[in-house]
Design a protein. Structure first.
Length: 474
């Protein structure tokens, strides 16, 4: 509610008639207040029942106004007939002009009611509509989505309790898996369509306002979407960024996780979204590229470097499927996250024992900024690749990083740089739901980043056409 306006009284002399009028209970407006005379609106300095004063830039060329409109904010409160009584200097060059009300009056009680109603409207607007800078359409669609999926969650969880009521724990897992396989695609497609529709409501906005709208979405729908352990980890970013090794393992493992049946189905739905499938395809793409490159070199000793290696899923696939192919290969896994390297070492260690592979693997705990500042020891490498690091680099940083890696590439070597394509249908869902923002690029964008590096450049994609790869042969 607004603060009560300042009360005062004032004497002023009407020079022409030579008598004094005292305006008791003079108030200074606590919100925009105007008096319109002869088509011009003047700012009201103070007012009372029978008179007011206004700010003017120059002397008025009239004494009477048969119709003057007194307005509070955007509301026309009352029509008056008024007479100009005096003018005097104010701050600077502006004048203060006294106005006597000849016909009509400013009903102070009614004005208080107007002011109270405007305050209540503003409070209601904040409660119902929220932030006025976010389009009302976006807010209402978000609330509608929330309402619909709260109801869906209730139905799913009730169905789950009925389905699983009389089953063993082992059978329960099988029943949940069966239910999720049928229901999750519907949930994925319906939720994604509604979120994509939201995007249209904020597309014309500036980037800061789009981010503000996305934050509103997460605040309203968070209880639903963060029931997915995968989305919750993306949002919380325990290691300071969304794409950490555990998040990647969520995608690779594609497990049914969550506290409720709805949560498990929603988790599965997001892990089956196009971007998640593209990440799984990415490891397959890199596996094939590494395998083909090693085979093409026909038993030569080779050195391979993975930058921002994460779980090193493509290396796991190499050991599982081609353990005899890598006997003459030295693989260096480089990552700024020590925990990521430790987990990769555990996973690869199990495969060493299982397959008997004789590949040599080194684990290098180093950030890309250290390479940019001090260079990279251990080169040259026959193959250097990075699956997702460049998604976080501006064009300027991407060019510097690519040049730094290229300097460590051996003659006849191959460098592969992955990046999310601008044609990513899951982009808005990633940003709006998980606050996960990547720098998407087209094939032309990647060509521009790498154009100054000598060699033969090609742009390739995985099966979803969401992850693209710049392949540069030196």
């Amino acid at each position: 509610m607004s603060v009560a306006p300042k009360l005062d009284h004032e004497e002023f002399t009407v020079e022409k008639d030579r008598f004094k009028v005292v305006r008791e209970g003079r108030r200074e407006p606590d919100m925009p207040c105007t008096l319109e005379m002869k088509g011009v609106k003047y700012h009201v300095i103070d007012y009372s029942t029978f008179g007011l004063s206004i700010a003017i830039d120059q002397s008025l060329d009239f004494e009477f106004a048969d119709r003057a409109i007194f307005s509070l904010g955007a509301v026309d409160v009352t029509d008056l007939s008024v007479r100009v009584t005096y003018e005097q200097k104010r701050d600077g060059d502006r004048l203060k002009c006294g106005i006597e009300i000849v016909e009509g009056e400013i009903d102070m009680d009614m004005l208080d009611s107007y002011r109270t109603a405007l305050d209540v409207i503003e409070m209601a607007r904040s409660s119902i509509i929220g932030d006025a800078s976010i389009p009302v359409e976006f807010q209402l669609k978000t609330l509608a989505l929330k309402s619909k999926f709260v109801a869906v969650a209730q139905v799913v969880n009730d169905a789950g309790r009925t389905i699983l009521a009389n089953s063993s724990a082992t059978k329960n897992r099988h029943l949940e898996q069966t239910f999720a396989e049928f229901f999750s695609p519907f949930l994925r497609d319906t939720f994604t369509a509604m979120v994509d529709d939201l995007q249209l409501s904020i597309k014309p906005l500036s980037r800061p306002l789009q981010l503000k709208a996305q934050e509103f979405f997460r605040k309203e729908v968070g209880e639903l979407i963060f029931s997915s352990p995968f989305v919750d980890r993306i949002h919380k970013k325990p290691y300071g960024y969304a794409g950490d090794f555990e998040m990647m393992n969520h995608i690779y493992n594609n497990d049914l996780l969550g506290e409720t049946l709805f949560a498990r189905c929603f988790n599965k739905a997001i892990l089956e979204a196009p971007a998640s499938r593209a990440v799984r395809n990415r490891s397959e793409f890199l596996f094939r590229k590494i395998k083909g490159f090693v085979e093409s070199r026909k038993g030569e000793p080779l050195r391979i470097l993975s930058v921002a290696s994460g779980p090193a899923r493509e290396i796991q696939l190499l050991l599982e499927r081609c353990p005899d192919l890598v006997k003459q290969v030295q693989i260096d896994l480089l990552d700024q996250d020590l925990q990521s390297l430790k987990m990769a070492k555990v996973s690869l260690g199990r495969l060493f024992r299982k397959t008997g592979a004789e590949v040599r693997v080194s684990y290098v705990n180093l950030a890309i900024k250290n390479i940019l500042e001090s260079g990279l020891e251990g080169g040259p490498y026959d193959m250097i690749y990075s699956a997702g690091l460049f998604d976080y680099f501006s064009d300027a940083v991407a060019r510097i990083a690519a040049s730094a890696l290229y300097r460590n590439l051996a003659d006849k070597g191959r460098m592969i740089i992955g990046n999310f394509n601008i044609e990513n249908p899951t982009r808005f869902l990633m940003e709006c739901g998980g606050d996960w923002h990547l720098i998407h690029r087209s094939g032309d964008d990647m060509t521009k980043v790498l154009r100054k590096l000598p060699g033969t450049l090609s742009i390739e994609m995985e099966d979803e056409n969401i992850n693209l790869f710049a392949v540069l042969d030196k």
